[in-house]
Ligand binder design. Structure first.
Ligand SMILES: Cc1cc2nc3c(=O)[nH]c(=O)nc-3n(C[C@H](O)[C@H](O)[C@H](O)COP(=O)(O)O)c2cc1C
Length: 158
């Protein structure tokens, strides 16, 4: 199995999840931060995993652009989709389905949520203000859902 994980990450939490996921997957796994380029030779891979973090309800623009640009080719691959964020419960499913093309959601072998992190050392002033006001969180907080990463990897490996 030849796999690539393409992802968007602003402050590194999604990247942390990508590294953990890569270790759990069988076969060769390439990683591509979409900030560093979206020109991926899709034909080289059987399996494409796409992930990103959510800010104000939206996944990174480069993740959406990658999915839109390559939709037809992606539909023929083994697809996995995930998001990272601090929302919990029903909001997570809404965030996932609103941020990925419905056709990709339908064909995905695994789709999941890996948790999130508020990193007060890295956030800018406005972000800290928003997080304090909306989420009522006033210091750094991490919620990395290792079991969800393992469950996702198992589904992709089977
Ligand atoms: C200004 C701001 C807005 C955010 N909005 C959302 C949101 O709408 N939904 C959500 O689930 N998480 C939200 N988050 C949490 C981020 O998705 C979370 O911090 C994530 O782990 C960031 O991952 P990254 O470091 O890979 O970018 C927000 C965080 C910040 C700082």
């Amino acid at each position: 199995m030849n796999t690539i994980i393409v992802y968007g990450s602003k402050y590194g939490f999604t990247k942390k999840c990508v590294d953990r996921l890569a270790k759990e997957l069988h076969g060769k796994v390439d990683l591509q931060d979409l900030k560093n380029g979206t020109n991926i030779t899709i034909s080289e891979y059987d399996t494409i995993i796409i992930g990103g973090s959510i800010y104000a309800g939206r996944i990174q623009k480069e993740v959406t652009e990658f999915c839109t640009k390559n939709l037809e080719d992606l539909k023929d691959k083994n697809i996995g989709l995930f998001i990272c964020g601090m929302q919990e419960g029903d909001a997570v499913e809404t965030e996932l389905t609103q941020n990925y093309n419905a056709e990709l959601v339908k064909v995905a072998i695994a789709r999941d949520y890996f948790g999130g992190e508020f990193n007060f050392e890295k956030m800018n002033f406005i972000e800290k203000f928003i997080v304090k006001k909306i989420s009522k969180v006033t210091s750094s907080k991490t919620n990395l859902l290792t079991e969800n990463i393992q469950r996702f990897a198992q589904a992709m490996n089977s």
